[in-house]
Design a protein around this ligand. Structure first.
Ligand code: ATP
Ligand SMILES: C[C@H](O)[C@H](O)[C@@H](O)C(=O)CO
Ligand code: MG
Length: 491
């Protein structure tokens, strides 16, 4: 079997990618790409989960039409969001999107019942307002009580294809409900939510074989015969698996997409008071690892600016316009909660600059430059924290994901962190999804061999840091902004 299909659904786009390999080289072919995004209805934010399932079916039909009759299949998506099933296995509700404002103040409510320090000691997961723990706390209790099973989004898509119910561990860890010691759901936290362990399926590890797509679907649609393999179903967990091998130098990864996830891969979690204070997380990785990382607001910022600007410019054109704008003219503290889901991102950015006595960005180029300069400075700040927490040094930063295509941001990042950036591959998430399938069926020995293959198979762009004569002034301005906002943020 040398046909493997990754279903990779991010917050802004999804894709089905065929992966094959020959003579130690992995080749990708995009079969189907589709947009994703949440919709606001009656003041709430929801994903269209049936649309996403239909896109998977459509992509598989295209694969069959292109001659793929047999393959393995893995699914990954964004984290934390969930689906409630009734006793008959029917979906009970609309799927809330994590940027819904219903959890804006829930952390404080939960904090009255159990201290953040106790939750962090149990789970090692960063405080994010939208973690599943807080979403379930905010969920209608009557509806929650009807839930026979609680699946996360990719678990649900596997269920729709196979009838098998599971909670895959990398994504389950983002719920902030898994206990690091017991490596299972934490009974105290479930009690706090008036939920039982039985309402969650068994935890599954990446690589497990779920069998074939259900006969019902095979009869209903003209699909390839797909053997479902459990991927690292949190897209960031797959992205980390797709980071190329880096021998000889200590490195950190930056998964650059809707979010920027900056971190390292560890064999043991770090969930002490220092890590909690700077809000680093220990999301579970594949193969017994931990993803010690931090959520940074990411390219969501430019996605919203582009949307509000009527999508006049492509992301490539916005990066070009940013390159022509004055550098470090206006800066924003990216992780300020005000940017998580504001009514109007462009106005939010402008107001933030005005409130801090900076020039107000007006044009799309000025707004884009403000975002990219600020993201690069954010990476510098959080990379320094990461080095301190993991007793660095970190010699090189490996950037993967869609942000790899933004050469300006990659160069600004190298300049601000003062070390080499290695950028690529863009589709690291799909690659991480695929290599788990290839390892599971024995086509590749292990993740070390997989990462070496990825290193050989894809062009990696190197960015060397450039000196900036205004660095002291820039950092003085940035540190003031960042520390003022730190009091308001999840840091
Ligand atoms: N040619 C390009 N030039 C500049 N930026 C680009 C280009 N192509 C993609 N991007 C950036 O990459 C981002 C999308 O990254 P990616 O495809 O990794 O995200 P996703 O998988 O859709 O979502 P998620 O981050 O939730 O996984 C876009 O928002 C854009 O900012
Ligand atoms: C909400 C999560 O933090 C988010 O999904 C992030 O982990 C991610 O998956 C980015 O692709
Ligand atoms: Mg993605």
């Amino acid at each position: 079997m040398n046909n493997h299909i990754a279903v990779d659904i991010g917050a802004s786009s999804g894709r089905l990618v065929l992966g094959t390999f020959k003579d130690g080289i992995i080749s990708l072919r995009e079969i189907h790409r589709f947009s994703n995004g949440f919709a606001e209805r009656d003041g709430s934010c929801f994903w269209d989960i049936d649309y996403l399932f239909d896109q998977i079916i459509s992509g598989l039909q295209q694969a069959k039409a292109n001659g793929i009759t047999m393959c393995t299949l893995g699914i990954d998506t964004w984290a934390v969001d969930y689906v409630l099933l009734d006793k008959q296995g029917n979906r009970l509700q609309e799927v809330y999107a994590y940027r819904d404002r219903r959890t804006d103040h829930v952390i404080d409510e939960v904090g009255k019942l159990i201290s953040p320090a106790a939750v962090y000691e149990k789970t090692g997961i960063q405080q994010l307002t939208f973690n599943t723990l807080y979403q379930l706390f905010a969920h209608d209790t009557a509806e929650l009580a009807q839930a026979d099973q609680i699946l996360l989004v990719p678990d649900y898509l596997y269920y729709r294809l196979t009838g098998r119910k599971l909670n895959e561990i990398t994504n389950a860890s983002t719920t902030q409900l898994l206990n690091l010691q017991t490596r299972d759901y934490d009974e105290d936290l479930l009690d706090l939510l008036h939920l039982t362990r039985e309402q969650f399926p068994a935890l599954a590890e990446p690589g497990e074989d779920l069998g074939f797509i259900s006969d019902t679907l095979m009869e209903q649609y003209d699909l390839p015969q797909c053997r479902l393999i459990v991927a690292a179903t949190h897209d960031t967990a797959s992205a980390v698996l797709g980071v190329p091998a880096q021998s000889g130098r200590s490195s950190a990864y930056l998964s650059s997409g809707t979010w920027s996830l900056l971190g390292v891969e560890l064999r043991q979690p770090i969930h002490d008071a220092k890590a909690m204070h700077v809000n680093y997380t220990n999301e579970w990785g594949a193969y017994g690892t931990y993803r010690f990382l931090k959520n940074i607001m990411g390219l969501w910022l430019i996605q919203e600016v582009r949307r509000l600007d009527g999508e006049r410019y492509s992301f490539a054109e916005l990066a070009e316009l940013a390159g022509q704008a004055e550098s470090f003219r206006s800066l924003i503290p990216c992780n300020d909660p005000r940017f998580l889901n504001p009514e109007h991102m462009i106005e939010e950015i402008r107001t933030s600059c005005a409130e801090t006595g900076q020039p107000v960005p007006e044009t799309p180029g000025e707004l884009a430059r403000c975002i990219f300069d600020s993201l690069a400075l954010s990476y510098r700040t959080y990379l320094a924290e990461l080095e301190e927490l993991t007793a660095g040094p970190i010699e090189v930063l490996q950037i993967v994901g869609g942000g790899v295509n933004n050469a300006l941001l990659c160069q600004l990042t190298a300049d601000m962190i003062g070390r080499e950036v290695l950028a690529g591959p863009t589709e690291s998430t799909a690659l991480g999804n695929l290599v788990v399938q290839m390892i599971s069926v024995g086509n590749i020995a292990d993740i070390e061999e997989a990462r070496a293959m990825i290193q050989r198979s894809f062009g990696i762009e190197s960015y060397a840091p450039r000196p900036n004569p205004q660095m002291d002034e820039i950092l003085n301005r940035w540190n003031g902004l960042h520390s003022a906002a730190a009091g308001r943020t999840s840091k």
